[in-house]
Write a protein that binds this ligand. Structure first.
Ligand code: HEC
Ligand code: HEC
Length: 284
């Protein structure tokens, strides 16, 4: 169900999230088709749904990062996602299901509470992803990703890269996301209290660089790998919510993981990459 790029863009410029009204074609009849449609709509407008809203802790929609509810060829797409699960997750130290993966994005990328994997919101979203991926071959284990240039750039990062990243940001991103990165109208925040937390996938600088290179500026992704890296470094040296796992699990919540204590901060993420927030930014 591809929306042509131009139509998607027009929608995004008018108000991202408006495409929630899209009626999917070729759905199975009855309750399953309705579940798939709801799953799609809750990804496009996550806070606008009474089922999803209790688990959303920031100003983002799933589709802020999984553009067009994952029906795109850019990084963050959901093509071949259903067929990858169950999969081993290094972060959780466990073999996890698609439903686990969806629930984890709620507590990390959406900075909210983790819904249980049999809650209607997770079941509907899993139904949508499965439907989107119909006909895809099962790919367990998934094919290895292409080698990324970003880990090497990260190792060699300097304060000059942060400054260069700020220049890239001002020239290419601030018009939509605000000069303070806090978002502008319906354009989502890149850092600050309403953004994804430090435990999210995009809090990893190499992952953010890959995602930005393929997706941003929206509709015209043209940055060089170096610029994508530098702007990712700049964004992920700005403040964002810490991730304290226990604060995202309801009492007694059954979290499928071998790791049950986790705290991530902007500084600790940089430390893991061998970098110091203070020496990169001169900040505390
Ligand atoms: C801030 C950006 C962001 C938001 C918002 C977000 N995600 Fe994600 N999501 C990611 C990234 C990045 C990955 C890949 C992470 C990785 O490689 O570790 C991912 C991975 C996934 C995957 C696994 C995809 C695959 O093919 O392996 C699923 C499923 C998923 N997200 C669902 C969701 C759902 C559902 C929501 C909304 C409740 C959501 N995400 C919100 C960034 C985001
Ligand atoms: C033309 C407006 C526009 C420009 C310019 C733009 N973005 Fe975005 N960006 C968006 C929209 C809209 C979304 C959410 C996508 C959606 O809802 O379909 C988004 C989403 C994002 C996200 C994921 C969600 C979040 O808030 O974290 C990141 C990260 C991001 N943009 C980074 C950048 C970077 C870096 C640049 C500059 C290189 C940039 N953007 C330039 C419009 C823009």
């Amino acid at each position: 169900m591809k929306i042509v790029r131009a139509a998607l863009l027009a929608t995004c410029f008018a108000a991202p999230g408006l495409a929630a009204a899209q009626t999917l074609q070729g759905l199975p009849p009855g309750p399953l088709g309705q579940a798939i449609q709801r799953g799609h709509d809750m990804m496009m407008n996550s806070s606008g749904s009474t089922e999803a809203k209790p688990y959303v802790g920031n100003a983002l929609n799933c589709s802020s990062c999984h553009i067009n509810a994952g029906d795109t060829s850019a990084p963050g797409n959901f093509h071949e996602t259903a067929s990858k699960f169950p999969a081993y997750s290094k972060r959780e130290g466990a073999v996890i299901t698609l439903e686990d993966r969806i629930a984890n994005c709620f507590m990390r990328s959406m900075n909210g509470m983790r819904p249980s994997t049999d809650s209607p919101v997770v079941v509907d979203m899993a139904a949508y992803i499965n439907w989107l991926d119909k006909g895809q071959p099962i790919a367990t284990p998934p094919a290895p990703a292409n080698p990324s240039p970003y880990p090497a750039m990260l190792k060699a990062a300097t304060p000059a890269d942060v400054t260069a990243g700020q220049t890239v940001f001002t020239a290419n991103c601030a018009a939509c996301h605000g000069t303070d990165g806090a978002g502008l109208g319906s354009f989502p925040p890149l850092w600050g209290p309403k953004s994804f937390n430090a435990g999210a996938g995009l809090a990893n600088i190499a992952k953010l660089a890959t995602w930005v290179k393929g997706n941003m500026p929206l509709g015209n992704p043209h940055l060089t790998p170096q610029q994508a890296f530098q702007v990712a470094l700049y964004i992920n040296t700005r403040p964002r919510p810490d991730f304290v796992l226990s604060q995202h699990l309801a009492p007694g919540h059954d979290y499928n993981a071998s790791v049950h204590a986790e705290t991530d901060t902007v500084a600790s993420n940089l430390q893991k990459a061998g970098l110091s927030l203070q020496s990169l930014t001169g900040g505390p």
